[in-house]
Ligand binder design. Structure first.
Ligand code: GLU
Ligand code: MG
Length: 446
C-alpha cells in the first residue's frame, strides 16, 4: 500500500478521524487525531510533533541535560500505509503508525522504527532475515482508591476460572484485534493474581512489533471499558510475579523460506549461526538489560528463582536462563527472556539484533548450556560455573549500555544518547523519593 492507496482506503472505509501514532523512547503510544479535512496533508507530509517530546521521561518531566529542548524544532510522524487499521470500537475512526522524519521529510536516525529497519538491512547483507514472536505478560487491576489497586482476581496459574471470569473482556479483545489484522495465538491466565499472558503470531519484525503495540493499546481500551486497568508494569508488587516480555526469535535465509536456527540433527539445539547469535546475546547481555529493562522497577523483577532471569546463561527448556531454546524438534528457536514491557519494542529488538549480529560476524563461541535452575545456585556456585549476574539496578545497566559500543552503534547516537539521559534522569528522581517502606520500617524505630 502506498500513500495514494491509503487515501483511497480512508475514503472507502468512510473514516472521519485518523489517529496518527508514534511510540516514544519510553515505549508510550503518543498520538494526535486528524479530522477528515487534514487527511491529505497528514498522509503525504506527516503530522508535526516537537522533537523535545522525545526527551521526556515517564511522569512527563523533561530529562536533565536533555538534548532536545524548546528550540529543537519538530519532527514529522509520517504514516506507514501498511499499518493502517480501522479502530473497531470507535465510530468512523482509524489509526496508522508512523516513521519519524525530519522537517524536510528526510529519514531521521532518531526514529526507532528507522533504526530497526537499518539493522534488518544489515542482516539482509549477511544473507539473513529474522522472524519474531512477542509474549507479553500483564495484570488486570481494579482501582480501589487514589494510587491504590487490587488484582482483579485470585485465580491460580492457567486455571480455567481465571479465563472464564473475564471472558467477555477476552472475547471482545480477540475479536477487535482480529478485525485489526492481529492474530492472537493464545491467551491465558498466568501465575499470579490478576496476571495474564497473550501471544501474537510470529512474523517479520515490523509486523510482529506493530501487532504487539496494537495488542497493548486495544487491551488497555477494552480493560478500561470493562472497569479494569490493564498494567504491563514489570513488578507491581514484591510478593507477586513480574510481567515479562519474552522475545521469540528465529534466523532465516534472506527470503524467509528456510529456518536457519536449529541444528542439523533433531538432538542439536542450534545451528552454528544460531550459536553465534546466542553467544552475541550473552556477550552483550548487560547492555541489553539496560535497553530491555529500562525502569527502576524492572530490576525488582529480575530476581533469582522467579522464572525471570537473573544470570547470564542459556539452556534448552530452562526457564531460569536468560536465553532459552524452548525444546527440541520443532521447538528450536531462540527465546530472549530478560526484557519487559516498559521498553520501546523497536529499541529493544534493534539492540538484541545488533548484539546477535555481532556474535555472528565475530563467530563468537557459545558457552555450555545451563541444565539446572540457576536461580537456586548460591552466588559462589553461580560464579564458579561462569554464570555472571545481570545488572542489579537500572544505574548499573545504564553504565553497561554506555560502555557497549556495539549496542549503542546499533541504536545510533541520537537514540542511545537521549535514552541514557532519560533513564538516568528518571532514576535520579526515583532515588530522591522517600518510599512508604522507609517510613514503615524507620519512622517509629528510629
Ligand atoms: N513472569 C516471568 C517473567 O517475569 C516469566 C514466567 C514464564 O516463564 O512465562 O519473566
Ligand atoms: Mg509467561
Amino acid at each position: 500500500m502506498d500513500t495514494d492507496d491509503l487515501l483511497k482506503r480512508l475514503e472507502r472505509d468512510g473514516v472521519e478521524n485518523l489517529w496518527v501514532i508514534y511510540h516514544d523512547y519510553s515505549g508510550r503510544s503518543a498520538a494526535k487525531t486528524v479530522p477528515i479535512e487534514g487527511f491529505a496533508s497528514a498522509v503525504e507530509r506527516g503530522v508535526v510533533f516537537a522533537v523535545a517530546n522525545l526527551s521526556f521521561r515517564l511522569g512527563d518531566h523533561q530529562s536533565e541535560g536533555a538534548t532536545f529542548l524548546a528550540d529543537s524544532g519538530d519532527f514529522f510522524a509520517l504514516p506507514v500505509p501498511e499499518t493502517y487499521s480501522l479502530i473497531p470500537y470507535h465510530t468512523a475512526t482509524a489509526r496508522v503508525y508512523t516513521t519519524m522524519r525530519k522537517d524536510d521529510g528526510a529519514v531521521w536516525d532518531g526514529c526507532p522504527r528507522t533504526r530497526l529497519l537499518k539493522l534488518l538491512n544489515d542482516y539482509a547483507a549477511a544473507g539473513l532475515s529474522i522472524k519474531v514472536g512477542l509474549e507479553p505478560e500483564f495484570m488486570l487491576f481494579e482501582q480501589i482508591g487514589e494510587n491504590e489497586y487490587r488484582p482483579a482476581d485470585k485465580d491460580g496459574m492457567f486455571v480455567l476460572a481465571g479465563l472464564d471470569r473475564h471472558y467477555p473482556l477476552w472475547d471482545k479483545l480477540i475479536r477487535n484485534l482480529r478485525d485489526m489484522g492481529v492474530t492472537i495465538e493464545q491467551l491465558g491466565k498466568e501465575y499470579g493474581p490478576g496476571q495474564y499472558e497473550g501471544t501474537t503470531l510470529y512474523d517479520s519484525p515490523l509486523k510482529a512489533i506493530d501487532d504487539y503495540l496494537t495488542f497493548k493499546e486495544v487491551l488497555r481500551a477494552c480493560a478500561r471499558d470493562a472497569g479494569y486497568i490493564a498494567s504491563f508494569m514489570p513488578k507491581p508488587y514484591e510478593h507477586l510475579p513480574g510481567n515479562g516480555l519474552h522475545l521469540h526469535i528465529s534466523l532465516w535465509n534472506e527470503d524467509g523460506t528456510q529456518d536457519l536456527t536449529p541444528g542439523a540433527r533433531d538432538d542439536i539445539p542450534l545451528s552454528t549461526t544460531g550459536e553465534h547469535f546466542v553467544a552475541g546475546l550473552l556477550t552483550h547481555a548487560r547492555a541489553l538489560t539496560g535497553v530491555g529493562c529500562p525502569i527502576a522497577n524492572s530490576y525488582k523483577r529480575l530476581q533469582p528463582g522467579s522464572w525471570a532471569p537473573a544470570h547470564i546463561c542459556w539452556g534448552v527448556g530452562n526457564r531460569a536462563a536468560l536465553v532459552r531454546v524452548p525444546g527440541m524438534g520443532t521447538r528450536r528457536h531462540i527465546e530472549f527472556r530478560s526484557g519487559d514491557n516498559a521498553a520501546n519494542p523497536f529499541i529493544h529488538l534493534t539492540a538484541v539484533l545488533a548484539a546477535g549480529l555481532d556474535g555472528i560476524i565475530n563467530q563468537t563461541q557459545i558457552p555450555p548450556p545451563a541444565n539446572d535452575d540457576v536461580g537456586h545456585l548460591s552466588n559462589e556456585e553461580a560464579k564458579a560455573r561462569g554464570f555472571d549476574l545481570l545488572p542489579r539496578s537500572l544505574s548499573d545497566a545504564m553504565t553497561a549500555l554506555e560502555d557497549d559500543a556495539v549496542v549503542c552503534e546499533g541504536l545510533g547516537s541520537i537514540i542511545s544518547t537521549e535514552f541514557l539521559k532519560i533513564k538516568r534522569s528518571e532514576y535520579d528522581a526515583y532515588k530522591l523519593h522517600v518510599h512508604p517502606w522507609e517510613r514503615q520500617i524507620y519512622l517509629e524505630a528510629l
